[in-house]
Ligand binder design. Sequence first.
Ligand code: AMP
Length: 494
Amino acid sequence: MSFSNLGLSDKVLAAVAATGYTTPTPIQEQAIPHVLARRDVLGIAQTGTGKTAAFVLPMLTLLEKGRARARMPRTLILEPTRELAAQVKENFDKYGAGQKLNVALLIGGVSFGDQDSKLTRGVDVLIATPGRLLDHTERGGLLLTGVELLVIDEADRMLDMGFIPDIERICKLVPFTRQTLFFTATMPPEISRISETFLHNPERVEVSRPATTATGVSQFKVNGGREPHEKRELLRRLLRDAKDLNNAIIFCNRKREVAVVHKSLQKHGFSVGALHGDMDQSARTAALDQFRKGEIPLLVASDVAARGLDIPAVSHVFNFDVPHHADDYVHRIGRTGRAGRAGTAISIVSPLDSKSLAAIERLIGQTIPTAEGDYAVHTETSEDSDQPREHRSREGSRGGRKPRREREPRAARDSDKRGDKSAEREPRHAKGTGRGARPQPEAGAFTPPAAAQPSRVPSIGRPEPRRAHREIESEPADHSHLPAFLLRPVRARV
Ligand code: AMP
């Protein structure tokens, strides 16, 4: 099958040829003819399958006829995060270079004025996050009554982020007769229900099982401590020991944990950026760009980075926290091993994670092996053990109090405010489990350290001989033991 058999216009075929793609991916092959035939489509496909081009290419073909009117976009694409919205815009820029279409991005964290003047000029393709889109409609600067085609992308992610009521409101603002394309990676019952509401007699196209992990990714778990500072120490050792580590994304479950881990790694001399939904848009874009360009090899991120972002060649993924949702595990480790490359995913598993881990292993249909090597947690007595020596002595003079960031992590900004709805929120399942509400582990629930277990898998690196706490404390503060690329300077952007 070639692209020329799908019914795309000559201009679009020329743009595809210019990118060097010769064969449509399965989702493109199946979905594009239906989109061009003006059918509703229910696409079950994960990111990485080429699903963006599966709607961008036929949209470009359909949009060649007709003109946009002021404040009345012709097509609308809804994305759960600003990064995904920006990525879809890049696809329009790439494939639509030969066409004079107006493509506008309505995302939070960017001034209303610029967005407004774009809307006034008339927009062929509007790519938006739900909160910011509704802000514009409520201000009267945007009419959705001219929308001929609506794309709801990453619907299951929208559900996780609590956006479904907004999507329902938006669907009432677009004409009933519109064409709708609905993409989701998984089909939980709630998504089935809303797809029946939003779609009219859709063509269903499905290209992969809802949740599978790439075969090229070696997965390991390491039993971590119950305390955050123990996990941070373990993470540093894993980073130092990791074999063939070129770059890595370190996932945390909470935004404030991202900030803490980011700061901690910086203090220990790692070249690291951060990405989470409470950062302002320019900081998010800058962190992602630096990581993509290889200027910073490490990125600490929340699940905002887990889905859809097209970051080629990530060698390692670390789960600082085991995700609460098994699906998120699949998405996170899907950041590595892309396009047939090898990758390594290592999860730090604390005694509290046993239920989440069991759900993940059920979903992926395999037991995640324990990494070989001495990754037993070295219990540190100093509350400041997470800090390099020079910081420890300074903080130590406060009479043993924890540093402020330990006692009181920066409170998450209210991302539920309308204007910032596109910012990632705490996932719904995390609500009510804030600071203080976390369940305490049962006495004796600690999992034996990896070192105490028989080794079943190849080593993930060069495990250091087990050292006593005192030796770690007296470790020199220089960072000569780190590979040079991990020491490249980076500006903090949190
Ligand atoms: P997506 O699933 O849309 O995030 O796409 C994943 C990656 O596949 C992107 O880097 C695309 O540029 C790339 N891609 C899309 N279509 C094709 C194709 N037909 N052949 C090869 N790569 C593609």
